[in-house]
Design a protein around this ligand. Sequence first.
Ligand code: ADP
Ligand code: MG
Length: 301
Amino acid sequence: MVTRLVVKKKKERKLKQIAIYGKGGIGKSTTTSNLSAALADMGYRVMQFGCDPKADSTNTLRDGSYIPTILDLLRENGRVEARDAIFEGYNGIYCVESGGPSPGVGCAGRGIITAVQLLKQQNVFEELGLDYVIYDVLGDVVCGGFAVPIREGIAKHVFTVSSSDFMAIYAANNLFKGIQKYSNAGGALLGGVIANSVSGGYQKAIVDDFVAQTNTQVLQYVPRSITVTQSELSGKTTIEADPTSDQAKVYRELAKRVEAHEVSVTPKPLDPRELREWAGKWSDQILAVERGEVRSAGAQI
Ligand code: ADP
Ligand code: MG
């Protein structure tokens, strides 16, 4: 069911568009939804724009319910009015899902291109007087559609969610290549890494080393937390389900850092050989600590 779409009065507000990328399952939608919820609680008008064919970005903003995607609506009706594709979520957050093609057919990024064009053509961002549009984008696949928020300079700042797992870092490094490629042509730049499921020890040391090697920074460390699991099972963000928890404080801190963030940069991705050597160095270090050969402050396991 389409919920009420309130077109709020335009004020002198500056729209900040940001994109959150990262490998599938790394915690993009969880982090993005909590960020949106925290920004909404700070009084901002926020749109969360899910750009993953899974189309599950916004469901914890809507009590666990899924919304029809822009591509679904297009398939059903041949055309889409923006107001039919925008659903209200927690604390007035505008929720949109681009969706994807039927499984096995066409480019998975196609939905993003279509969805972004549609909302732009219909001047939705201006009419709603938004402060933030946050794109939650699957970052494993490097193809035209998934690059749209970066390439067209639609988003100004890109953040990537990564853990210390090599495949997450590998996906982040690929994203950095994409950002670097479009950076001279007015594309989005990198704001930093949101280190998810990173509490300290060697996990923190690995992520810290990776950002130092690639000319970026960690915007926020987000620990792995059972509070997130519990909130998700209740169909809500942690900000909504458990607002006084330590984890909610972490997401509020993240929102403040996003609010204060002004300057993004061109990252320096590692080439395949450098990345292999970097990973090999960490492998040796962890092995040495496990065998008790060395004691490293950064590599406590
Ligand atoms: P993505 O959007 O990147 O595919 P999700 O946000 O859907 O990933 O997260 C995948 C799973 O990991 C979800 O079940 C989510 O609850 C869990 N998760 C993500 N971040 C955390 C965290 N900090 N603590 C506990 N669980 C988390
Ligand atoms: Mg997701």
